[in-house]
Design a protein around this ligand. Structure first.
Ligand code: 4NP
Length: 158
């Protein structure tokens, strides 16, 4: 597969994007693409810099055999636009914030995650103020999106 560096971005980097990172990394490794695909995550805001993922994301990942407990929050920065090939925001507000931060030559790297992955769906909604059961739905959404993303990347010429 053609090498690609992917950065998942949400608001806090504790709920959606670290879960997406864990799910995508698991799929990439199981597909044998660990050499070609690198995955990271970051947040628009700085509130949770250095913090582990939200316990609800850790738990739902664990229930599906994925360990994200060692991940730590970080804030997206201008250097990320050079360091990554694809910068995938979880919702339109993330995409707008990324667009405002991106150097103009790098703005084409920014996409809405589910639209880029599936060609149709929209936002992955912010689950922070939702009940724990919403995180299973979040997991299913992210897994479906990451499967589509992997398929799209596999189709690219190497
Ligand atoms: P995330 O969820 O963007 O999926 O990590 C949030 C986490 C924290 C906050 C907002 C959203 N917050 O306002 O602290």
């Amino acid at each position: 597969m053609k090498p690609v560096r992917i950065l998942f971005v949400c608001l806090g980097n504790i709920c959606r994007s670290p879960l997406a990172e864990g799910v995508m990394l698991d799929l990439v490794h199981r597909a044998g693409h660990g050499q070609a695909v690198s995955v990271d995550s970051a947040g628009i805001g700085a509130w949770h810099v250095g913090a582990p993922p939200d316990q609800r994301s850790i738990s739902v990942a664990k229930a599906h055999g994925i360990d994200i407990a060692a991940l730590r929050g970080r804030q997206v920065g201008v250097a990320d636009f050079a360091a990554f090939d694809l910068i995938l925001g979880m919702d339109m507000s993330n995409v707008r914030d990324l667009g405002a931060l991106a150097p103009s030559t790098m703005a084409g790297k920014v996409h809405l995650f589910m639209r880029y992955a599936t060609g149709q769906a929209g936002d992955v909604p912010d689950p922070y103020y939702e009940a724990a059961d919403v995180f299973e739905t979040l997991y299913q959404t992210l897994e479906a999106g990451c499967l589509s993303l992997l398929a799209r990347l596999e189709e690219r010429a190497s």
